[in-house]
Design a protein around this ligand. Structure first.
Ligand code: AMP
Length: 418
């Protein structure tokens, strides 16, 4: 099958890598891709937000299946545009993607479906903001209603900072603070049947010990040895299936990847947010452990045949990914610096490999240059988290990028059994 993947980050590199290992994928294309994806797929330039352009490219290539990676094209209706040309697509249409595109919409769906989440107010005026902040008290949680690439959320004890962030947004969701560890649980769905993947945990803050500002994600690991073994079943029953059922009931069935960002609070599991696509960097570790060939699973979701799909197979071991970010990330990332040591970082036996996020090839066609805030997602597998961590950090140490930084504590606590 000829497959086209839309996007150009480490998530898409992870997807393309898994697809390239699937014998049923005979031809793999990615648009726009990046320097790393070029080693497993043929790249094509495209404006990812332009549905007609993406659909034209899919038709031109004779793609039999299109997978849309990032949220922005989904929210812009790119999946609808490709579907209209009769090509199966993995990813929700514009309306269902509002689950991620609008926090207020997601809250409304959760309320209707009885899904446990933080209590919240949607505010549009300074008076409403002040009232909501006062009602919940510190720590304050203030979320921009629209898409903000994971950076529209401020969690702070400082009332002035909370008020200022709210003032900078048109419409904000202010909600109760949720304590407890976070878990990302992905589910593949065709709009009716829901197949949960294995849970993962990511690290949102830029620095070790969760210091500094929020980022798009600095690393991830899976499985979660500390989590209740019944967690996936519980979230399936209380969150995933009810949400998918509610969206179908509204006439906007959600097919694609439903990502539940969860807080395991002292009062039980609560949804922090939904996303409408694979999470980055959690995808890197979840796919590292998935043994079931990826194309068949995603195609079954795209074509409404998930109910007949066999149970997923997982490796017993663990996976860890460490994000290497450019100087100045997240505030003011520096781009255009050469990256060396990429080949040395890859293990010959496939236990460690480098997934590219923000990279591009220089004019010479060989030198890899940084081209974004999160540059690489260095991923490793092992028999347990300790081994996977050691391999990931060994690989990171072999890579040089001037001014780059990464967290040194990804999966550290979980590996120690904390
Ligand atoms: P979101 O974009 O909604 O995932 O929020 C980004 C990050 O902000 C989350 O991963 C949490 O770390 C934090 N966050 C969001 N909502 C809450 C909440 N209600 N309570 C505590 N932390 C939150």
């Amino acid at each position: 099958m000829k497959v086209l993947v839309i996007g150009g980050g480490a998530r898409e590199h992870a997807l393309c890598r898994a697809l390239s290992l699937d014998p049923e994928v005979t031809s793999l294309h990615c648009a726009p891709g990046n320097a790393g994806i070029a080693s497993v797929a043929q790249l094509h330039p495209v404006d990812q937000l332009d549905g007609a352009a993406v659909a034209d490219l899919a038709v031109e290539l004779g793609a039999e299946f299109v997978i849309v990676g990032p949220e922005a094209p989904l929210v812009a209706g790119v999946a609808d545009a490709v579907r209209e040309r009769g090509i199966p697509v993995f990813g929700p249409g514009r309306e269902a993607a509002q689950l991620e595109g609008s926090k207020a919409f997601a809250k409304d769906v959760m309320a209707a479906a009885g899904v446990p989440t933080a209590r919240s107010y949607v505010c549009t005026t300074p008076e409403e903001v002040a009232e909501a902040l006062d009602a919940f008290g510190a720590p304050y949680v203030v979320k921009d209603d629209g898409l903000a690439a994971g950076k529209g959320v401020v969690v702070t004890d400082d009332l002035q900072a909370a008020t200022e962030h709210a003032a900078a947004c048109d419409r904000v969701v202010i909600e109760e603070f949720l304590d407890g560890p976070e878990v990302s649980l992905f589910a593949v769905t065709d709009g009716t049947t829901v197949v949960p993947l294995q849970p993962a945990q990511d690290f949102k803050r830029v620095g070790d010990d969760d210091a500094g500002p929020n980022t798009g994600g600095m690393g991830a690991y899976s499985p979660l040895p500390w989590a209740d073994p019944k967690l996936v079943d519980e979230v399936f029953d209380t969150v995933l299936q009810p949400t998918v059922d509610e969206l179908r009931r509204r006439g906007t069935p959600f097919s694609g990847l439903l990502y539940a960002g969860l807080a395991i609070t002292s009062r039980g599991v609560r949804v922090i947010e939904f996303n409408a696509r694979f999470g980055d960097p959690e995808t890197q570790v979840v796919l590292a452990r998935l043994k079931t060939p990826l194309r068949g699973l995603l195609y079954a979701a795209a074509t409404g045949h998930l109910a007949d799909f066999p149970a997923l197979r997982w490796s017993e071991g663990a996976a860890v990914t460490v994000v290497v970010a450019s100087e100045g990330y997240p505030a003011a990332p520096v781009s255009g610096d050469p990256i060396t040591g990429l080949a040395a970082a890859e293990a010959a036996d496939g236990t460690a490999y480098v997934l590219h996020a923000g990279t591009r090839l220089a004019e010479d066609g060989e030198t890899v240059l940084s081209a974004g805030g999160r540059v690489l997602s260095v991923t490793a597998k092992g028999k347990d988290l300790t081994e996977a961590r050691a391999r990931a950090y060994d690989a990171v140490d072999k890579i040089t990028l001037r001014g780059s930084h990464h967290r040194t504590d990804i999966a550290a606590k979980a590996a120690r059994g904390e």
